[in-house]
Design a protein around this ligand. Structure first.
Ligand code: ADP
Ligand code: ZN
Length: 222
């Protein structure tokens, strides 16, 4: 099953995708994580992509689309894939349909996460990620802290704040781009009848973990 995580920054897409990956074995394909790996390894793609990422802008489609296409063609993605961070524009969504059609498959489920705007900025500012590229666990200083401050529970590596999470300007820029370019995808997938919208919010005591369990039982488990 090809599944897409949709929702603004800080809504918990990565958390839900990570849990569903464990339950299904389908890879979590996070374009942001792939870019960050390239940046850490200083590949040509990484150097180019970082020009956009550091300021909170979208990486051009000429770079992003072939990268996703190649990843979807890998052996481990044949059974299913959990796309996290792609597509982010209508053009990318249309391109994805073409790529999947070539592989005789299509988007079957879109999980759209929503979080009240007053919670979003705090969630992003409090986000910490494992610096170990092979682990990439994410934490939140208040909602989901690590057992030892600054150290990953899973692998013992240092926790860091993403460069684009530490600066209010780049956070706002990403949220603005989300509103303008990514939100229209909700209608696009609504018209296809494949979307489910789920609220993630501390106020209603419903976090990514709860949503992942529910979605799995309702839409994925056979
Ligand atoms: P966030 O959702 O918090 O912005 P991501 O890890 O998903 O974080 O993405 C980090 C950055 O990587 C984005 O701000 C953007 O620059 C780039 N990026 C990720 N996915 C895409 C995409 N589908 N198209 C273009 N750029 C992308
Ligand atoms: Zn770790």
């Amino acid at each position: 099953m090809v599944l897409i995580m949709l929702g603004a920054q800080g809504t918990g897409k990565g958390t839900v995708a990570g849990i569903l990956n464990k339950k299904t074995g389908w890879p979590q394909i996070s374009t942001g994580d792939i870019f960050r790996k390239h940046i850490a390894e200083k590949t040509e793609l990484g150097v180019e992509a970082n020009k956009y990422i550091a300021s909170g802008n979208l990486v051009p489609d000429e770079i992003t689309i072939p990268m996703v296409k190649a990843r979807l063609e890998e052996e481990d993605a044949k059974e299913g894939a959990i796309l996290d961070g792609f597509p982010r524009t209508l053009a990318q969504a249309q391109k994805l349909d073409e790529i999947l059609a070539e592989q005789n498959r299509k988007v079957e489920l879109v999980i759209n996460l929503t979080t009240p705007s007053e919670e979003i900025i705090t969630r992003i500012l409090n986000r910490r990620v494992c610096s170990n590229q092979a682990c990439k666990a994410t934490y939140n200083l208040t909602m989901h802290p690590s057992k030892v401050e600054g150290i990953c529970d899973k692998c013992g590596s240092k926790l860091v704040q993403r460069e684009d999470d530490s600066n209010a300007e780049s956070i706002q820029r990403r949220l603005d781009i989300y509103e303008e370019k990514t939100k229209p995808l909700v209608d696009f997938y609504n018209n296809k009848g494949v979307i489910t919208t789920q609220e993630v919010s501390e106020k209603i005591n419903r976090l990514g973990q709860d949503v992942a369990e529910e979605i799995y039982e309702k839409y994925i488990k056979k």
